[in-house]
Design a protein around this ligand. Structure first.
Ligand SMILES: [Zn+2]
Length: 313
């Protein structure tokens, strides 16, 4: 496998080796390509290919490193091979982490853009018409002999590692409900697959973040919260991921949309997340926890009063 193929999904490690960090903030110094100041950055959202961006253009990881280090393609590839363990003659098995990322990359290539698929129809049926730019794709899978559309969302860490795939199965624009098969097993409507183990902050990042960021548990909840309250919102998937989520640099105002459930799990996770962000060494100045008065989440259509609590740092 060539260095370019093998380096896919490994750019957080490669950049770390060269003392570089993906960031949502621009470099203060000159762009290595055009020389303009405060214009260039290595993008966490394009970290899959090591992408960097400036007003002068977009570049992949190898192009970026060649420009920054002024080194030639061959010598850089040799060094990158050393970092990621890419040896053509290598006979030993790749590490589990590597093979998971390779498997994920293979799967990701089979996905389509959401527009024009059954996934778009499903989101439209839920009242969501603005499709996310990033982190979501549309697949097709056969479950119990039934062909389904699959809404596939990718969760990544703040430094850009792919770590979870979240699938929602859809039939005719509605959430799939499967019948028991001959072995008495009922296929789930949603599936969460871990790509790599991580303790880092993880989120489905539907867009580049700004000074204000919303977070919610579910995918549909995040999209509906965004629609209703105008806060661009990421999905954190579940309460345990929410509890450990800390905003990336640059976010000043965090809005946490909590699910209201009988045992208070949604609130517990939301306030734990608020606390974690308020004591973290980041750019946060205020955290707002929002929930709905009645049981349910922000994707429910029934009327329920908005409740909120604001913390100022
Ligand atoms: Zn530039």
């Amino acid at each position: 496998m060539s260095t370019i193929e093998k380096s896919e999904g490994r750019w957080a490690e490669i950049y770390q080796h060269f003392g570089l960090m993906p960031s949502t903030q621009h470099w203060i110094k000159e762009c290595p390509f055009c020389g303009k100041k405060k214009s260039f950055r290595i993008s966490p959202d394009k970290i899959q290919y090591g992408g960097s961006i400036c007003t002068c253009g977009e570049y992949n990881g190898i192009q970026t490193l060649m420009q920054i280090t002024s080194r030639d393609f061959k010598s850089l590839c040799d060094e990158i091979d050393g970092i990621i363990g890419n040896q053509y003659q290598q006979s030993s098995e790749p590490s589990q982490r590597e093979s998971q990322i390779v498997k994920y990359n293979r799967y990701r290539r089979t996905l389509k853009k959401v527009k024009g698929t059954g996934v778009e129809l499903y989101l439209n049926n839920r009242g969501i018409y603005k499709m996310p730019k990033l982190a979501m794709g549309a697949g097709v899978e056969t479950v119990n002999g039934i062909k389904c559309d699959v809404m596939v969302c990718l969760a990544t860490t703040n430094s850009g590692f792919p770590c979870y795939l979240h699938r929602t199965y859809i039939i005719n624009g509605q959430k799939a409900v499967f019948k028991e098969n001959s072995k008495g097993w009922i296929a789930p409507t949603k599936k969460l697959t871990r790509i790599v183990e991580t303790t880092e902050s993880t989120a489905i990042r539907f867009h580049y973040h700004d000074q204000e960021l919303g977070v919610a548990e579910g995918v549909e909840t995040a999209k509906m919260a965004e629609l209703k309250y105008g806060v661009r919102t990421w999905s954190l998937l579940n309460t345990s991921i929410m509890k450990r989520f800390v905003c990336p640099d640059g976010v000043k105002r965090l809005v946490i949309f909590a699910d209201t459930d009988k045992k208070g799990a949604g609130h517990a996770a939301a306030f734990a997340c608020a606390h974690k962000n308020l004591i973290a060494n980041n750019d946060i100045t205020s955290v707002i926890v929002r929930w709905r008065e009645k049981l349910g989440d922000f994707a429910d259509t029934e009327y329920s009063r908005l409740m909120e609590w604001t913390f100022n740092k």
